[in-house]
Design a protein around this ligand. Sequence first.
Ligand code: NAD
Length: 503
Amino acid sequence: MVDQFDVLKVLRNSFDNGTTRNLKFRRKQLSNLLRMVEENMTDVVEALEADSKKIHAEAVAEIEVFKNDALHMLHNLDRLAKPRSVESNLVNILSKAELFPEPYGVVLVIGAWNYPLVLALTPLLGAIAAGNCAVIKPSELAPAVAQLIADLLPQYLDKSCYTVFLGGPSESHQLLQNRFDYIFYTGSTRVGAIVAQTAAKHFTPVTLEMGGKSPCFVDSSVDINIAAARILWGKAVNAGQACIAPDYLLCTQEIEKKFIEAFKKVQKEQYGPNMKSSKDYCRIINKNHFNRLLSLLEGQEVVHGGNHDVDQLYMDLTICANVNPDSPLMRDEIFGPILPIVRVRDAFEAVSFINSKEKPLALYVFSNKKSVVDLFIERTSSGGVCVNDTMMHFSCDTLPFGGVGYSGLGAYHGDLTFHTFSHPKPVLKQPMNMCHEALMNLRYAPYNDMKIKMVTLLMKKRRTFFSKQFFLYLMFTLFGCLITYVIMEYGKSIESAFLSLFK
Ligand code: NAD
């Protein structure tokens, strides 16, 4: 506790003396962080493979995601860190209104284990870029990655501004007793509630990146083989241990039958006849999670997969058909390679079913009918929607990534990773001259009807054509009219005066 307190004091001092506000400093730290991952690629890949039993391709993909996030931040830092001008209304027409991106201060980033590198380091990119000091608390369930981050970070980043604390729930709990200026948390909804409650004591703003049961709907208008391939991919990546993995499938009984056949066929094509021996399919993180998943299968009608090996923490991609909506399998986020199918009569029943549950992180709708797609987009609520695919919306960095309700609060990715870690402070700069003072004079006492009318007029909400540009156009037009009038009225005399100069 004392140790944590002392380290946080150093960070607080660094923030207070303005070290992290310097743009050159931020740029250097960002490129050092990128260099840290690039120069230690082999160690990072090994740690990812050791901890989360990741397959090589997925470990490399995770690193590439981080590298692209870092490059985005480096390429856009100047633009993002600049105060942004905004339009002002008529009463402030001579003023300058802008949003100044102010760093929060000392921020805390708590990571989850399933993508232990990006979930700890991508928020750190935002924290650094926006000018904060930061504490990183990686997940204890990915100990090799956590230790590697703790060892490498002080070698590449300024120790007085950025630090790593290791540990599990009790260390994390202890850490939260300190006052932070922003908390960025990724993990389960259960712990998210604890983080939010603790943060509320100091009105600390939070981003909560959580999970939930992300539903998937398939209708008869799509190619069932393509739908099966895309859903299978979403469930097989990291063995379903992804926050946006499709959690369960909603479809009619007719589609259910066709889907199971297509799924079996596609799985064989991609992973061969024996999934267990495939080098492209990973394992369950630990025995606790393995046993939790196994218990969910009790009493279910397993129509595909179902094999498992506790010693190797291996579990087949498993489909349970005609699942009772009230069964434990349908209660909490599965976070594993099990796909329950719940039968519905049509899209409307699917929408009602989704709306009877907490808001999910992602929603997947497979349909070529616009009316069906629109129904899901307009009549359900979720962190994000991906039409005719799974998980790919995550890869589009112009789309915010985050949940709503029980699946999260706030979002990040792309520019938003910067904005999440900065307060857009509104600043109004008033000129100090007689012209402006003449306008501002209207607000001073003594008041009269004329002043009140003028102020009311200037303050009225207007359409956008009463913007600064409109005002400038108006001035140009009036000036043009004035010149034309002068030429027409006094053209002859101006001309003769001009000619007389050369006589
Ligand atoms: P978790 O909630 O068990 O742990 C998350 C973090 O919280 C860890 O660093 C852990 O040490 C810490 N923690 C645990 N108990 C705590 C407590 N009592 N007080 C303070 N901190 C505590 O989650 P997990 O098992 O690591 O991750 C899986 C969950 O994360 C899933 O629900 C998944 O959907 C979600 N997730 C969400 C996203 C996203 O971006 N939305 C990404 C990955 C995972």
